[in-house]
Design a protein around this ligand. Structure first.
Ligand code: ATP
Length: 339
């Protein structure tokens, strides 16, 4: 029995988290879900964005599946997502961007993983108003965090027999900050002589990605570039509804989709649940339940490639719940076939 924290979150969060929960249960995994909530809805009821029992649950279980949480715009509110990543030193943000056959996209063979530094950079939250006409933000880059994300990316490459890593930076302009990040990645790369390190400046990377994304496999980069490149890459494979992610530290991990709370489609039962379902599959992989994780991947792929029960962002007309039920049906068929 696994104890897992489940945070529904805001906007489409509760709808897609409910799908992911059903799918994970359909694999046969025995889970004791600890359901706690944070975000705007909680704030409206209780006056706090993130109640203590959310922290307690994450600290106890060390593993969470989380829906998107909206941070109110304006001063006085720090992003909950950023705060959780920093508080628990979840230093690597891993995002898997992979073509799913059947999805309408000009690119057919995208298969890349983004390792985004998750705790510093321009997300440090250090901003200062200088005068009525100017403000500044401080970008923090440390050797410690840069070495850790680089090591994570290279370890992953080695374990998965990949022979190239692309580091994305802007060290030609930000010589001290991005320069330090680049130096750290170079330093770690020396420990892995069989893996080639490719260095690309972030603006060129954007162009290369939209021209020929299949030339890249593993990307390692700083916090803000990683955030922007993730959404760009999501666009290459059919949109934000498809891309899963994980925030991983040394002994704790929070799994969540790349997308936000999508208030424009919230409460309509039309959100694509795939991204959070695949985040759930990443979570099962993380806890060593590889077979069950693969069953989810196969069920999702089959459902999307059949194209009968898919949500409207993918060109279909099914609801979130119909797509979820179709995935479960396909998983059960695959399971029967395998046994
Ligand atoms: P945030 O600041 O939290 O990232 P955002 O509004 O910038 O939020 P998203 O909430 O990710 O970004 O939404 C961006 C667009 O993608 C919206 O038009 C939204 O409807 C769409 N979108 C996001 N997630 C999904 C999904 N799961 N299914 C369908 N469309 C989605």
């Amino acid at each position: 029995m696994y104890n897992i924290t489940l945070i529904p979150g805001d906007g489409i969060g509760p709808e897609v988290i409910s799908s992911a929960k059903k799918i994970i249960e359909a694999t046969g995994l025995k889970v004791n879900w600890d359901i706690v909530n944070a975000g705007i809805n909680v704030y409206k009821k209780k006056g706090v964005l993130i109640p203590n029992k959310v922290f307690e649950s994450i600290e106890k279980n060390k593993i969470a599946l989380k829906g998107p949480i909206t941070t109110p715009i304006g001063s006085g509110f720090r992003s909950i997502n950023v705060m959780l990543r920093k508080k628990y030193d979840l230093f690597s943000n891993v995002r898997i961007v992979k073509t799913i056959p059947g999805v309408n996209s000009p690119f057919k063979n995208v298969n890349l993983i983004i390792f985004r530094e998750n705790t510093e950079g321009l997300y440090s939250g250090i901003e200062k108003k200088i005068s009525d006409n100017s403000a500044e933000a401080i970008k923090i880059i440390t050797k410690n965090a840069s070495l850790k994300i680089a090591k994570t990316a290279f370890n992953y490459a080695k374990k998965n027999n990949k022979n190239k890593i692309t580091v994305v930076h802007k060290a030609n302009i930000m010589k001290l900050t991005d320069g330090l990040f680049l130096d750290c990645v170079r330093k770690i790369s020396k420990e892995y002589p069989d893996i080639k390190l490719q260095e690309i400046i972030v603006d060129n990377m954007c162009m290369q990605l939209v021209m020929n994304p299949s030339q890249f496999e593993i990307i390692v980069t700083t916090n803000l570039y990683g955030d922007i490149l993730s959404d760009l890459c999501a666009g290459l494979v059919g949109g934000l509804g498809l891309v899963p992610g994980a925030n991983i530290g040394n002994n704790m991990a929070i799994f969540e989709a790349v997308h936000g709370s999508a208030p424009d489609i919230a409460g309509k039962n039309i959100a694509n649940p795939t991204a959070i379902i695949l985040s759930g599959a990443m979570m099962l992989n993380y806890i060593g339940e590889t077979k069950k994780s693969n069953l989810i991947l196969d069920g999702v792929s089959k459902t999307i490639s059949e194209g009968k029960y898919i949500t409207r962002d993918l060109g279909g007309s099914s609801s979130t719940t119909e797509m979820t039920e179709a995935i479960i049906e396909n998983m059960l068929t695959i399971k029967k076939f395998m046994s």
